[in-house]
Design a protein around this ligand. Structure first.
Ligand code: FNR
Length: 187
């Protein structure tokens, strides 16, 4: 078997019953053996402020950046807030991107974005605004299949079991991502 690649997973919702967090966990279970998905929590990151990002940055910044630097790839699973990226996730991306010239996203390390919403558009706005930031941060992103999951309120039953109607797409997405990671990982 080829090398196991570690994937730092950032979930854009903080709420306990988040559909996106459930999707992230489902993707971790469906992932082929070549990928190991690990959620990196973003909840405790102080709002990005250059004044506190000095020689002694907040411990939460350090821990978060270290976790990202240790990963081979990045997976973003997010809802859309007001047609845009949820604030906590944008904050996490900003924290990771600094100090200037020392981004925790390794240059050229691959990524993917999947968005889910109870609405019909599937978080398209958040998905693409996040992609815009990640292009700037030199994270090559999986192109196909695109992951805009609308109507996500019915994806999991009361026991948290994933609907059979959604599973094939998630399988296809994570398999394509595994191939993308393989293609874009050096060494
Ligand atoms: C939303 N929601 C939402 N949905 C959407 O499709 N487009 C949007 O622009 C918004 N805007 C928005 C703003 C704010 C502040 C909240 C709290 C919610 C609804 C959102 O998609 C829904 O609550 C999801 O279930 C959130 O994802 P999680 O928390 O279940 O992962």
């Amino acid at each position: 078997m080829s090398k196991v690649h570690t994937v730092a997973v950032l979930v854009g919702s903080l709420r306990k019953e988040s559909i996106n967090r459930k999707i992230a966990k489902a993707l971790a279970e469906l992932a082929p053996a070549s990928l190991k998905l690990q959620i990196v929590e973003i909840r405790d990151l102080p709002l990005y402020d250059e004044d506190i990002d000095n020689d002694a940055p907040p411990a939460a910044y350090d821990a978060f950046r270290t976790a990202l630097k240790g990963a081979d790839a990045y997976l973003f699973v997010t809802p859309e807030y007001n047609r845009s990226i949820p604030g906590p996730l944008k904050n996490a991306v900003d924290v990771a991107s600094r100090p200037y010239g020392q981004s925790a996203f390794g240059h050229g390390k691959p990524g993917a974005v999947i968005s889910a919403s109870q609405g019909a558009i599937g978080g398209f706005g958040a998905n693409h605004q996040l992609r815009q930031a990640l292009v700037f941060l030199d994270v090559p992103l999986l192109q196909q299949p695109e992951g805009y999951l609308g109507g996500a309120g019915s994806f999991f039953d009361a026991n948290g079991t994933l609907s059979d109607s959604v599973k094939p797409f998630l399988q296809k997405f994570i398999d394509a991502f595994a191939a993308w990671v393989e293609l874009n990982t050096k060494g």
